[in-house]
Design a protein. Structure first.
Length: 507
């Protein structure tokens, strides 16, 4: 597992053809924060969101998997399991999807929901651990699962290849980028510690005058405390660090000092440790977005806060590089977006009112009620045959692109109901004449209701989405399904209307 990292990561430039998405990992840009740099100084940003899954951890994921493939510790088709706050897991999901390894990610329940969804979207399984057990809880669970099932555990917090991949790729990219204008300092936060350890080693070798500065939350000074971490024989944490406190920097500063970080400190790679306040992290993340156009997360704001403060204390002409590890999309359900409104605020409403069209505060003219056209006999027969199909007691007439259809379907799926779905905008109904005739026939069989979706249970018309939701909310739906012999379960939903998109719930 700790074999030398197999190869430097590099990707084709410009519009060259790629043989795999994995060739897009690395070679990320460096951008000057021109507006937010202190006067007379330069703060540069290493934008790791340019990696395929939007974070610096894509490098780590690819490096650990390819090192394990080379030394034989990872077998073809073997399941990979890892504990992560999100970004390493997302990087592993990318690599495992491309290489064909099943993946199980263990994550504390306190991390943002969008991380879980991205992982599952990429095909990974996500096992949550109680937030009260903190980072050590998820690490212990991942190790337990690996031992029980014979899965491969990359051990990102201990694995020496973690720092080696960053030394060979991230660090050397920085050395090349600043070959003609050496850095005075490099600033990074600490998750596993691999980024700062690897970059620090590269800079110590090629740019020794650069200071290597690590950041940690000011309310959780695990490193600055000087209190040693307890380790198990395998290098994993034996217990939570006594100075750990919960903080808003997801991905930074777990409740233990990773072995990778400890090695960097012992080897003198890190020159300085600076505290960053949570409020400053949030504020600078937002300023980077609104003044530099850099869409980043909380840890990026925290790193920039430390880098900017350091730059302001250095002589004029100084040059500092801040690691910007990921994108802001990982933080939608965190305090970073807590004051970002979904609905229009007063200023936006005033803009809307400045012209007469498409306004929510204007009452639209009532549309004349359209008479349901007499259905074609062939279309009626077609609809009747679908409704009367003895092999399927529940028929769901829907549109593929319809929020009401999606929400009604979600309720049926949560109840684990077997049903037939007929998409009236699908290829079978692409001919306008035939599709129109079938829609008219359905409206006629639905009591003159032209809207979609329409649901039939045991040949009886139940109604549309609101009828389905009302029947669920008042308890009638289970009885309707039982009378029709339709097996179903009770989902963990109290109000079916909560399944609608938020903008529809308010109408």
């Amino acid at each position: 597992m700790n074999a030398p990292f197999p190869r430097p990561l590099s990707r084709p430039q410009g519009s060259e053809r790629r043989g795999s998405v994995l060739e897009l990992v690395g070679d990320t840009p460096v951008v000057l924060a021109e507006k937010l740099s202190p006067p007379g100084r330069e703060v540069w940003l290493k934008l790791e969101s340019a990696n395929p899954m939007g974070s610096v951890k894509d490098r780590l994921a690819l490096g650990l998997i390819e090192a394990a493939e080379k030394d034989g510790s990872l077998k073809p088709g073997q399941t990979v399991v890892e504990a992560t706050s999100g970004n390493t897991g997302i990087g592993l999901a990318l690599v495992c999807a491309r290489k064909g390894y099943p993946l199980v990610i263990v994550m504390a329940e306190s991390f943002s929901v969008e991380r879980r969804k991205i992982l599952r979207y990429l095909g990974a399984k996500v096992v949550l651990t109680p937030a009260s057990l903190k980072g050590t809880g998820m690490v212990d669970k991942a190790r337990e699962l690996a031992e029980e099932h014979g899965w491969f555990l990359p051990r990102q917090f201990e694995n020496e290849n973690n720092e080696k991949v960053h030394e060979a790729t991230t660090g050397m990219e920085i050395v090349r980028a600043f070959a003609d204008a050496p850095l005075d300092a490099f600033v990074s936060g600490l998750g596993t510690g691999g980024t700062i350890a690897g970059v620090g080693r590269a800079l110590k070798a090629h740019m020794p005058s650069a200071r290597i500065v690590a950041c940690e939350p000011d309310n959780s000074p695990v490193l600055a405390s000087g209190v040693p971490q307890q380790y198990a024989e395998d290098g994993s944490p034996a217990a939570s660090h006594p100075r750990f406190r919960p903080h808003p920097m997801q991905g930074w500063a777990p409740d233990f000092i990773p072995a990778v970080t400890a090695r960097a400190i012992t080897d003198g790679v890190i020159d300085e440790i600076v505290p960053v306040a949570g409020a400053d992290a949030l504020a600078w993340s937002r300023r980077l977005a609104r003044e530099e156009g850099v869409f980043c997360g909380i840890t990026s704001g925290a790193t920039f806060a430390a880098a900017r403060q350091l730059a302001s204390e250095l002589p004029e002409g100084s040059r500092v590089l801040a690691m910007i590890p990921d994108t802001g999309e990982r933080y939608m359900t965190t305090p970073l977006f807590g004051d970002i409104e979904e609905d229009m605020n007063e200023a936006e409403i005033e803009i809307s009112r400045s012209t007469p069209g498409a306004r929510f505060d204007a009452t639209p003219a009532a549309a004349p009620s359209a008479a349901v056209p007499e259905a074609d006999k062939r279309a009626l027969a077609h609809v009747d045959a679908i409704i009367a199909d003895e092999t399927q007691s529940l028929v769901f007439f829907a549109l593929e692109w319809c929020e009401f259809c999606w929400s009604a379907q979600k309720l049926l799926d949560l109840m684990e109901v077997d049903y037939r779905i007929v998409h009236l905008d699908g290829p079978d109904y692409a001919d306008p004449a035939w599709g129109g005739d079938v829609r008219a026939a359905l409206a006629q069989r639905s009591g003159g209701t032209p809207t979609i979706p329409q649901i039939f249970v045991g040949t009886k018309h139940l109604g549309g989405a609101t009828d389905l939701f009302d029947a669920f909310n008042d308890g009638r739906l289970s009885g309707i399904f039982e009378d029709a012999g339709i097996a179903h379960k009770q989902p963990g939903v109290e109000n079916a209307y909560s399944l609608l998109p938020k903008w529809l719930q308010k109408r």
